[in-house]
Design a protein around this ligand. Structure first.
Ligand code: CAA
Length: 379
């Protein structure tokens, strides 16, 4: 797809590919099996400017476009899907709402240390009864004098353990649903803030996914991000961008599955020939490649629309839906081509399969993506 990319985008992609191949890929499986957060890799990613690819230099970003960011997440995720989502949750879900909705003071306060990777960010919209129904937030933020007092518990926050800066949603006008929630920036060292349950997961085990408990957390007025009771829109706009990040993560998993399947099919011999010479295997590889390319085009298109300042909510939903299904398809076929070996932890195919599944769930399930697409078509 190089013909669709600028020289600058190709240079960045090749740099990230080299970094991912040399530094991330060799340790990804072991880290993932041992639930180990790749601290050094994230530090190096920060030094390479990868924790702030699509943000302006003035806030410490790398000053590139969103297509470059998509390519970065794809390349990181090809080597390690956990690393891909650590960077994506940090950039798309946390830096992005601060950059888009923050006051100049908030941007100056948080972005430089976040875009350099010195501080990790996390975002939390979900709660036990507010998953797909994100407007059903029960966590409350009550104004007392010039302070906000937050109480409740947020769930499934990627980077929950490492994050020093949290963007989260709380109800400021209970009973008003999506029109009564607001967004806050919470620093992890605030009294009353704690990391609760750490989830044990099927895949992406190098990431932490946690509950965040807020027990009378007292915040200054300046912690409000955007306007009071307009937090649902902040979340939706944030997720529109985040879903492109997850689509890019899914592309990385799909490509890793295709590359490993081809390598294995060429080297594995049965009936006296490499299995790549059998049509059954060739068709699987052709189907994988078509699915990956379709998903890549949709993700690239959504990224281009974001760069052009157009509305891209529907396109990002399409990209995430198709890319996550492509990742599942490719990872499944990758195991099938590896046969018995694919079911063991000796090969990476099983990791790709476990990692792929979450892309159909977080930042909006495939059913929610279909709902977003259909609502746009039917309005
Ligand atoms: N951009 C701007 N505004 C938007 C919007 C968008 N993309 N989508 C909706 N809105 C606005 C609507 O226009 C409406 O505005 P008004 O109040 O002015 O009328 C308001 O938001 C409410 O919209 P809806 O009536 O459509 O709301 P809904 O309750 O029907 O929900 C939904 C819509 C699409 C289902 C939404 O709830 C949703 O996206 N759910 C999934 C949530 C999700 O993705 N969660 C994942 C959390 S992140 C995560 O996974 C953690 C991690 O760390 C990775």
């Amino acid at each position: 797809m190089d013909h669709l990319l600028s020289e600058e985008q190709i240079m960045l992609r090749d740099m990230v590919r080299k970094f991912a191949t040399e530094e991330i890929e060799p340790v990804a499986s072991e880290n993932e099996q041992n639930h180990r957060y790749p601290e050094n890799i994230i530090k190096e990613a920060g030094e390479l400017g990868l924790m702030g690819v699509a943000y302006p230099d003035e806030y410490g970003g790398s000053g590139m476009d969103f297509v470059s960011y998509m390519l970065t997440i794809e390349e990181l995720s090809r080597a390690c899907a956990s690393t891909g989502v650590i960077v994506s949750a940090h950039c798309s879900l946390t830096c992005d709402p601060i950059f888009r909705f923050g006051t100049e003071e908030q941007k100056q306060k948080y972005l430089p240390s976040m875009l350099s990777g010195e501080k990790i960010g996390a975002f939390s919209l979900s709660e036990s009864n507010a998953g797909s129904d994100a407007g059903n937030t029960q966590t409350t933020a009550v104004k007392k004098g010039d302070k906000w007092i937050l109480n409740g518990s947020k769930l499934w926050a990627t980077n929950g353990r490492q994050a020093e800066v949290f963007v989260l949603i709380a109800s400021t006008d209970p009973g008003k649903g999506t029109r009564g929630v607001s967004t806050f920036i919470v620093e992890a060292n605030t009294p009353g803030y704690s990391v609760g349950k750490v989830e044990s997961k099927l895949g992406i085990r190098s990431t932490s996914t946690t509950e965040i408990v807020l027990d009378n957390v007292e915040l200054p007025e300046s912690a409000l991000l955007g306007e009071v009771n307009k937090g649902f829109k902040v979340s939706m706009v944030t997720l529109d961008g985040g879903r492109i990040g997850i689509a890019a993560q899914a592309l990385g998993i799909a490509r890793a599955s295709i590359e490993d399947a081809i390598k294995y099919a060429k080297s594995r011999e049965q009936f006296g020939k490499p299995i790549a010479s059998f049509q059954a295997i060739q068709w699987m590889i052709a189907d994988m490649w078509c699915q990956y390319n379709s998903a890549w085009m949709l993700t690239w298109n959504a990224s281009r629309m974001k760069d052009a300042g157009l509305n891209y909510g529907q396109e990002s939903a399409m990209a995430k839906l198709v890319a996550s299904e492509a990742a599942m398809f490719c990872a499944n076929k990758c195991i099938q081509i590896h046969g018995g070996n694919g079911y063991t932890t000796e090969y990476k195919a099983e990791r790709y399969y476990r990692d792929a599944k979450i892309t159909e769930i977080y930042e909006g399930t495939s059913e929610i993506q279909r709902l977003v697409i259909a609502r746009n078509l039917l309005k």
